[in-house]
Design a protein around this ligand. Structure first.
Ligand SMILES: Cc1cc2nc3c(=O)[nH]c(=O)nc-3n(C[C@H](O)[C@H](O)[C@H](O)COP(=O)(O)OP(=O)(O)OC[C@H]3O[C@@H](n4cnc5c(N)ncnc54)[C@H](O)[C@@H]3O)c2cc1C
Length: 537
């Protein structure tokens, strides 16, 4: 723990009462508590950072503007756990994606995050793309990944018979994997909270007071200090004070950076639209089909999803509006045209859903992760297309940069076991398939959402979990309810009623609901019970 801090490690226990949700302007409920570190942004990156830091002797607050974790870009991506084979060698992104792949693969086994090692096949459709394959293999080797292999067109069609005509060859990437992005973010946040971090949802940071800086009269080099040592973050629910601040606000990271006095980068929201095909399409694409990348990015791919569907996308369109997450007719047409070329048979299947995510593109060409020791501030920006894969390595890197900058962080002993997350992946055993579990608790035998086979027991568990959903969107990400073919047309009313009941039961059990999820007297997450290798992956 930072010796300058006035709060104790495991700040959740020391915190003042949570805000009254009925009073959105609420009092300044966080007055008095000074955290060692405040992390702004509870996407996959911020949650990973909060998890990492709370494994050390530090009091941590994790703030997000939304009423749930993982509600920004982290909920809408292509959900590939990248090896980093195609990153630009020598970049921070290359190093952190590679390390992140290893860390997240292990973490997924420990916590039950669904992962499937489907592998990927990079497909060349033109002579130019075919000629580029050897260089891509060499690039992969420079990125520390030596398992790519060039294959003939016959081999490509043997693996993926549904591909359109005209394939000239391919490159295999056997370790590319698909992962559940929702469970990943939730697992990080759940573990951070179980380690004592305060999860402050609905806490949009609107202003920054105080000069950060160092405490008066405390510098080894004898220079005069003028700083108070504390930065105060203003939110609609009061002020949150911290010795160090990490900006992991994704699309808003540049805006927040300016509140800290910087003007060093601009975020361009780059929209990626995707189509999700029905589960009948899954046999068509048992591995990820990648295009040969161009300077515009990774291009349009076809990928199986962890939930048993097939995905086509994403597009890449630069926008001005960081909230423009709607899909467009132009995007739909573009994807259909691409799909017709890549895999015509896919277009015969039904589209279950379409969605769009916004990449936080910056003009830097690499992640922008920099610490300012004088301001006690760190920005993690430009985490554009690979943040899910790199998240745990970014967190490790952030902790190292902070300690180099002066944060004292000793690893804690006696940490709680990592949470065991509910399996929502198709490759693992789901509750409706688990006879022994149903025999113990019949709620797992009562299917509510028939498209996705979600049971009453899972909805009840989600409501009772340490970080319950704030609404049906959050429930979808925790259980898959209403995510299937009917999109909630048949089950929506029943699912909503169960959600309302579950959240009401939770409130009755512990008093008023709280935006400060770190305060919930929720059941502790289940300790990891399985050994590596037993996860659904
Ligand atoms: C179409 C698409 C496909 C992708 N595919 C992949 C892939 O296959 N594999 C991969 O590894 N990566 C992929 N990515 C990239 C990955 O999704 C991102 O890098 C990652 O989600 C970024 O996470 P984040 O935590 O930085 O941002 P976010 O998830 O956006 O989180 C930032 C959070 O900050 C909060 N916030 C913002 N302003 C404030 C404020 N003032 N106060 C409080 N909170 C605030 C927001 O509410 C948000 O929750 C893809 C991205 C897109 C868009």
């Amino acid at each position: 723990m930072n010796p300058h801090s006035t709060s104790r490690s495991g700040g959740a226990q020391d915190s003042p009462d949570p805000p009254d949700p009925a009073d959105p302007e609420g009092p300044a409920v966080h007055e008095g508590a000074v955290h060692d570190v405040a992390v702004i942004g509870a996407g996959v990156v911020g949650c990973a950072i909060a998890r990492e830091l709370s494994g050390h002797d530090l009091s941590v607050a994790l703030l997000d503007a939304h009423d749930d974790v993982g509600n920004g870009t982290s909920k809408a991506n292509t959900a590939i756990l990248h090896t980093g084979f195609d990153a630009t060698p020598g970049t921070l992104e290359s190093r952190l994606v590679r390390r992140g792949y290893a860390l997240l693969s292990d973490y997924a086994r420990a916590t039950g995050i669904p992962v499937e090692r489907t592998g990927a096949l990079l497909v060349a459709w033109t002579r130019e793309e075919l000629d580029a394959l050897p260089a891509l293999r060499e690039k992969a080797a420079k990125n520390g990944y030596a398992h790519c292999r060039e294959v003939t067109a016959e081999e490509v069609y043997r693996r993926l018979p549904a591909l359109g005509e005209g394939v000239l060859g391919g490159l295999t990437v056997p370790d590319e994997s698909i992962i559940c992005p929702w469970t990943t973010t939730l697992a990080f946040a759940t573990e951070a909270q179980s380690r004592g971090a305060r999860v402050l949802l609905g806490h949009r940071v609107t202003g920054v007071d105080g000069d950060g800086g160092e405490d008066r009269g405390d510098r080894d080099d004898g220079a005069t200090n003028t700083g108070s040592g504390v930065t105060v973050l203003r939110t609609p629910h009061g002020e949150v004070a911290a010795r160090w601040v990490v900006n992991a606000a994704g699309l808003a990271s540049a805006e927040l950076d300016r509140l800290f006095g910087y003007s060093r980068f601009r975020v361009t929201p780059r929209r990626g639209e995707l189509l999700v095909y029905d589960k009948f399409a899954r046999p068509l694409a048992n591995s990820i089909v990648l295009p040969v990348p161009s300077s515009r990015g990774k291009g349009v791919l076809i990928s199986p999803t962890i939930y048993g569907n097939v995905m086509l996308g994403p597009t890449a369109q630069d926008l001005d509006d960081p909230e423009a997450t709607g899909t467009s007719e132009a995007g739909f047409d573009f994807l259909l045209a691409k799909g017709a070329r890549l895999m015509p048979r896919l277009l015969e299947e039904e589209v279950t859903a379409s969605y769009a995510g916004l990449r936080a593109a910056i003009d830097h060409g690499d992640y922008l992760i920099e610490a300012d020791p004088a301001r006690r501030y760190l920005v993690a920006g430009g985490i554009r297309s690979t943040g899910l894969s790199a998240s745990m390595a970014i967190a490790e890197h952030v902790r190292e940069l902070l300690t180099t900058a002066g944060l004292r962080a000793e690893p804690r002993t006696g940490l709680p076991a990592p949470p065991r997350m509910p399996n929502i992946g198709e490759a693992g055993v789901r509750p409706y398939q688990d006879q022994a579990r149903i025999a113990r608790d019949s709620a797992y035998g009562r299917v509510v959402c028939f498209c996705e086979r979600v049971t009453e027991g899972e909805i009840r568990d989600a409501c009772a979990s340490p970080l319950p959903p704030a609404g049906t969107d959050g429930l979808r990400r925790r259980t898959r309810a209403m995510n299937g073919r009917c999109q909630g047309f048949y089950c929506g009313a029943r699912v909503e009623a169960l959600l309302d009941d579950g959240l009401a039961a939770r409130r009755e059990g512990q008093g008023a609901p709280s935006r400060e999820r770190g305060h919930c007297a929720a059941p502790a997450p289940q300790p990891a019970a399985t050994a590596p290798g037993e996860a659904p992956a």
